[in-house]
Design a protein around this ligand. Structure first.
Ligand code: PLP
Length: 473
C-alpha cells in the first residue's frame, strides 16, 4: 500500500483540502439545513453495501457519501436552531488541533511516549486553574493537578475511585470493598454519578439522592441529616457529588455549606460543572463557585460550552496521591527511567484506560486563538441572550418560567394545570427547532439551552416568535 498514490502525503494535501472545504461549506449551510434528520431507523444502513470493499476506492467517493449518506442522517448540533440538551461546540482552532492530533497519532500514556503530549496538557490545565479561579492546590506544581478525561462521566468515576481508595486507607484495590460505603448527590445530579456507583461496585442502593430547593440546588440540611442517620446505622459516608449547573435546569449546589459538611464527615467532595464551569472564565459568574476552596476534585467540559470539540473534559484533584493510589499500575514493559526519576507525570495513572490521545492540542489552540477575552465575550453574549429570552417569556401571561436562568439554560412551560399544552407546544416547535424537556417537581418544562457556536440573538428572537405563535395556536 506504501506506493498507493491515494494514500500518500500528496493525497493528504489534495483530499485534506477538499475535506476542509467541505466542512467550511457545511458551516455556511447550517442556517438552511433542517436541524433534525428526517430518516427512519435503518435508513442509513440501507444505503451501505453489505460487505466491506475488497478493492481500494478513491477518497473522493468517501467525501461524496458525506453528502449522500451522512448529511441526511445528522442531527445538526451546530445548527443555530439547536437548543436541546447542552451545546456541543466546536470551532476552527479546535478542528485544526484535532486534525493535527490525528496526524501525529501519538499515544500519550507515559511522559516518555510523547513529552509534548503530557507537558502541554499539564500546562494548559494549569492555565485554566488561573483562568477559572480554581484553587491553587489544583495546580500541577502543587499537591494536585489536572488531566483531560474523555467525559465528565469518567471524571466522576475517577473521583469516586480516588475517594474510595482514600477512605479505605488505600486497601480497596487489593482487597476489594469491605466497608459499608455510602455516597450522596442531589435528586437533580447527573445519571453518571449513579453509573459510577454501579461500576465502582459500591452499588446504586448506596447512593442517597438529597432533595433540592426551588432553584434546583441541593439542600444542605437534609444532606447533613442523612449522613448522620447513615453513620448511626453503621454506614460510612465517603463521597459527595455537588453539581454546578444541573442537567435539567442549571441548579447550582451551595459548595460552602456542602463543603463544610464533607469536611466534618471526612467525605470527598467532587464537583460536576460539566456545562456551566465554562462561565467561570468571567469573574462576574464565579459566585457559583463560592466554597470551591473546600472541594477535593472538580470537572467541567470544554466540549460543551467552550468551543472545543468532543471529547475534552478537564478534571482536577487537590491531592494527586489519592488518584494515583486508585489508578496507577506498572507492568514491566512500561518501566522507564523518566517515570522512575519521579520528575514526570504519566497520565496513564490518572485515568481508566492506558492509552490516550493528544487532546490538549485542540484545547491549547482554542485558548490561544480566542484568547481569554474572546471566550469571555462569547459566554457573556450567550448569558445575556438567555436572560433576554427569559425576560420576554416571564412577561407573557400565558407562559411560566421555572426560575430566572443563572446562565445559558432556561426552562419554561405553558401556564396550565395540565402538561398537555406544553407538550403540544414542544412538538410544534420541534418541527423547526431542536429542544428537549425536563420534568421538575412532576411538571413538564421545555428547556432552551443556548450557547451554540453559531447561535445569535436573532435566532432566539425567532424562537420567541415561534413560541408566541405556538401558544396562541
Ligand atoms: N454532568 C452533567 C451536569 C451533565 O449535564 C452532563 C451532560 O450530559 C454530564 C455530566 C455528562 O457529560 P459527559 O457526556 O461528558 O459524560
Amino acid at each position: 500500500m506504501h506506493g498507493d498514490p491515494n494514500l500518500s502525503p500528496e493525497a493528504l494535501e489534495r483530499d485534506g483540502a477538499a475535506v476542509l472545504a467541505w466542512i467550511a461549506s457545511y458551516f455556511r449551510s447550517l442556517e438552511s439545513l433542517p436541524v433534525r434528520s428526517a430518516l427512519r431507523p435503518g435508513d442509513v444502513r440501507s444505503m451501505l453495501p453489505d460487505r466491506a470493499p475488497e478493492h481500494p476506492e478513491p477518497f473522493a467517493r468517501c467525501l461524496e457519501d458525506m453528502d449522500r449518506v451522512v448529511l441526511p442522517g445528522l442531527t445538526h448540533w451546530q445548527s443555530p436552531r439547536f437548543f436541546g440538551y447542552f451545546p456541543c461546540n466546536t470551532s476552527v482552532p479546535s478542528i485544526l488541533g484535532e486534525l493535527l492530533a490525528a496526524g501525529l497519532a501519538t499515544q500519550g500514556m507515559l511522559w516518555q511516549t510523547s513529552p509534548a503530549c503530557t507537558e502541554i496538557e499539564s500546562h494548559v490545565l494549569d492555565w485554566l486553574v488561573h483562568l477559572l479561579g480554581l484553587p491553587e492546590a489544583f495546580l500541577s506544581t502543587s499537591t494536585g493537578g489536572g488531566v483531560i478525561q474523555d467525559s465528565a462521566s469518567s471524571a466522576t468515576l475517577c473521583a469516586l475511585l480516588a475517594a474510595r481508595e482514600r477512605a479505605s486507607g488505600f486497601r480497596t484495590r487489593e482487597r476489594g470493598i469491605d466497608r459499608p460505603f455510602v455516597a450522596y448527590c442531589s435528586d437533580q445530579a447527573h445519571s453518571s454519578v449513579e453509573k459510577a456507583m454501579a461500576i465502582a461496585g459500591i452499588g446504586t442502593d448506596h447512593l442517597r439522592r438529597i432533595p433540592t430547593d426551588a432553584q434546583c440546588a441541593m439542600r444542605p440540611e437534609p444532606l447533613a441529616e442523612r449522613m448522620a442517620q447513615d453513620r448511626a446505622a453503621g454506614m460510612e459516608p465517603f463521597f459527595v457529588t455537588a453539581t454546578i449547573g444541573t442537567t435539567a435546569a442549571n441548579g447550582m449546589d451551595p459548595l460552602t455549606a456542602i463543603g463544610r459538611i464533607c469536611a466534618r464527615e471526612g467525605a470527598w467532595l467532587h464537583v460536576d460543572a460539566a456545562m456551566s464551569g465554562t462561565a467561570a472564565l468571567c469573574p462576574e459568574f464565579r459566585g457559583m463557585h463560592e466554597g470551591i476552596h473546600l472541594v477535593d476534585s472538580y470537572c467541567f467540559n470544554p466540549h460543551k460550552w467552550m468551543f472545543t470539540n468532543f471529547d475534552c473534559d478537564c478534571f482536577w484533584v487537590r491531592d494527586r496521591q489519592a488518584l494515583l493510589g486508585a489508578l496507577s499500575i506498572l507492568p514491566e514493559y512500561l518501566r522507564n527511567e523518566a517515570s522512575e526519576s519521579g520528575a514526570v507525570i504519566d497520565y496513564r495513572d490518572w485515568q481508566i484506560p492506558l492509552g490516550r490521545r493528544f487532546r490538549a492540542l485542540k484545547l491549547w489552540f482554542v485558548l490561544r486563538c480566542y484568547g481569554a477575552e474572546g471566550l469571555r465575550a462569547r459566554i457573556r453574549e450567550h448569558v445575556a441572550d438567555t436572560a433576554w429570552l427569559a425576560g420576554r417569556i416571564a412577561d407573557d401571561p400565558r407562559l411560566e418560567l421555572l426560575m430566572p436562568p443563572p446562565l445559558n439554560l432556561l426552562c419554561f412551560r405553558v401556564l396550565d394545570e395540565d402538561d398537555a399544552p406544553t407538550r403540544r407546544l414542544l412538538a410544534d416547535l420541534d418541527r423547526v427547532y431542536f429542544l428537549t424537556h425536563a420534568v421538575i417537581d412532576g411538571r413538564f418544562f421545555i428547556r432552551v439551552a443556548a450557547g451554540g457556536m453559531w447561535t445569535e440573538r436573532h435566532h432566539l428572537a425567532s424562537l420567541l416568535e415561534a413560541i408566541r405563535n405556538g401558544v396562541t395556536g
